[in-house]
Design a protein around this ligand. Sequence first.
Ligand code: HAM
Length: 435
Amino acid sequence: MEINLPKGTHDVILDEARAYDRIETVFKAAADLYGFNEMRTPVIEHTELFVRSVGDSSDIVRKEMYTFKDKGDRSITLRPELTAGIMRSIVNNKLYATQDLPLKAYYVGPAFRYERPQLGRYRQFNQFGVEAVGVTSPYSDAEVIMLGFNALKMLGFEDITLKINTLGDEASRNNYRVALKEYFAHHLEGMCEDCKVRYEVNPLRILDCKVPEDQKIVEDAPKMSDYLSPEAKDRFDAILALLDAFSVPYEIDENLVRGLDYYSHVVFEYHYTTKKGVNVGAMGAGGHYDNLISDLGGPALSGVGFACGIERVYALLKDDELLVDTKETTDFYVMPMGEEALQDGFMVGAALRAAGYRTEVCLENKNFKTMFKRAERKGSRFAIIIGDDEIKTETVTMKNMATQEQFKVAYGDLIAKADELFDLEDEEHHHHHEE
Ligand code: HAM
């Protein structure tokens, strides 16, 4: 009997795997431009880490975590996001004391949330993200927001919608929370069950309610901007001024409150709608945090970061045909005709690989037509045919797969010829690009 995937998971294979690799490469290149270094933390962490960081009033901690007892009776959780693990690692390794601040880390890897699977929503998914820790200046917030924006542009997205808001400092938020509680107390009865829970655990989250019947009530709720301290307002304005100066378009969304409890001040999301009208929710999101490091036993350091969902980025790029170079390619496909030719073919393959050419040798006895088809499917630039004549004369027959042009090359000249062919091809490629 066949065994199926667990619900909400997916295999990343073939073209899609190549596309993921490219997406991650572009994200890493963008992070590298800004001086971020990679960090890799475990997929499993103590459950307590997420309770203290993501927060026990968040939907993630309340109902979406893969939590289990290990054989030593410890409560372990598959990470629902990567920021908490990065912060734990910074504290555990005292990086704030041994490295220059800000610490700038990027990361990529799987995260797990027990959500209802739907378009762009998986139970195991991949995130790429960055965190800058030990920062105070609003320039840092702007820099990280621009890094995400530029990375998405490097991937090929135009017309990215950057939604942005501020949650202010703790004092601003406390005042606002009181105002919201007062307001919603009069409306709660008619609202959805989720909102009733949010009212108790974190009234700000009511602003995020998507239930149509609740929208009118949410619209008329008090606005965060009316409760900001002057410092919090100045900080937000400074960030917006920087985005303006660099022509980064944004939309202020006062109902953007984010689903994780660790944010203060600026929060943001990157959105994109494809030409066919597909929207998978935020392709990336993040914000500024003040207490994450200290809540985990470190010093009082602020930070800012974001994470993008690779699955969502992929789905949007694919829908708009923005994926590039996902077809498989090889330089040479070696086609030995018969058992004896295989020995020579095996050697030719080894020599080409040693010289840095991507080479596949057909190791089974197949007829010419089959091997030629395989060479095509491999995206080979050249086929190398070795038959009885070739063995006798210690030459191979090379065939340019695009032009069908055929020529003989002596075993001893193989690498020199390969170098010549690929130099030539590169030049031709250049010409194509210039035209
Ligand atoms: P988040 O908004 O929970 O933030 O997730 C970030 C991104 O991960 C989302 O915008 C989305 O693209 C993707 N994502 C989230 N859940 C799923 C899912 N079930 N399936 C597919 N993709 C998903 C965070 O995780 C924060 N750690 C971001 C951050 C970093 N804030 C500060 N630093």
